[in-house]
Ligand binder design. Structure first.
Ligand code: ADP
Ligand code: MG
Length: 250
């Protein structure tokens, strides 16, 4: 579902990603951990082509992100073509970024109606189903500010799912939440994983990584230092940098 091959990304002279190679199979959950500034968010933004990479290749669902390849040459896709690729990828951020002036239901319906031009009645029914799935059907008519952080994040997940993505990216989805609200968001993500969604999750929730992750990647300084089965990486990290990081967060 996702193949990253020697992905490089720089901002000016700052090289943030220095050759990332990764693979996520369909239906797998990959958890990504690493110190602040190691390039985790940048990598996620490159996966859905919110950032252009400077070298390497990124495929999602068999499609080369942002480019068309003819022979050995790459041609940049048009903005509308990139947007079409991106529609297949849902993203959930640390900050929930809900539309404050829209109801919960309105938030979930917005993209399918405005971007995909799907009929309102159909979208409404599906949106209600998604809100039910994240346990918030009774909040459909509330506004974001009336909800807790955990509830808002669950709406953000429902909103991403409304576009029927084949891949979900999560960037520290529980980091901004009060501790007692973390569990309800992780439960929704677990449910999604059980249902077969392919997911890349940047998180510091090692319990989640161990329980739900099919693989765990440790990034530092713009490279993948170590990756493998979560139980192995967490209990017997091979690299000193991984050990040092884990000793701080576990
Ligand atoms: P992480 O998510 O692992 O904390 P980031 O991917 O956010 O790391 O950032 C990696 C590095 O890239 C940091 O040094 C950060 O300051 C820098 N960076 C991120 N985004 C930008 C940007 N848009 N312009 C310049 N530098 C950036
Ligand atoms: Mg980040």
């Amino acid at each position: 579902m996702v193949v990253a091959e020697n992905v490089h990304k720089s901002y000016g002279r700052l090289e943030v990603l220095r050759g990332i190679d990764l693979e996520v199979r369909r239906g797998e959950v990959m958890c990504v951990v690493g110190p602040s500034g190691s390039g985790k968010s940048t990598f996620l933004r490159c996966v859905n082509h919110l950032e252009k990479i400077n070298a390497g290749r990124l495929w999602v669902n068999g499609q080369l992100m942002g480019y068309r390849q003819k022979g050995d040459r790459l041609y940049e896709l048009r903005e509308s073509e990139v947007a079409a690729q991106r529609r297949d990828i849902g993203m959930v951020f640390q900050r929930f970024n809900l539309f404050p002036h829209m109801t919960v239901l309105g938030n979930v319906m917005e993209a399918p109606v405005q971007v995909k031009r799907e009929p309102r009645a159909e979208v409404r029914e599906r949106a209600m189903g998604l809100l039910d799935r994240v346990g918030l059907a009774d909040k459909a008519d509330s506004y974001p500010e009336q909800l807790s952080g955990g509830q808002q994040q669950r709406v953000a997940i429902a909103r991403a799912l409304a576009m029927a993505p084949s891949l979900m990216l999560f960037d520290e989805p529980t980091s901004a939440l009060d501790p007692e609200l973390v569990g309800e968001v992780l439960d929704v993500m677990k449910d999604l994983a059980r249902d077969g969604m392919t997911m890349i999750v940047v998180t510091h929730e090692m319990g989640f990584a161990r329980e739900v992750g099919d693989s765990l990647v440790f990034m530092d300084g713009g490279v993948v230092v170590e990756s493998g089965a979560p139980s192995e990486v967490l209990t017997t990290p091979r690299h000193e940098r991984t050990q040092a990081f884990l000793s701080k967060v576990l």
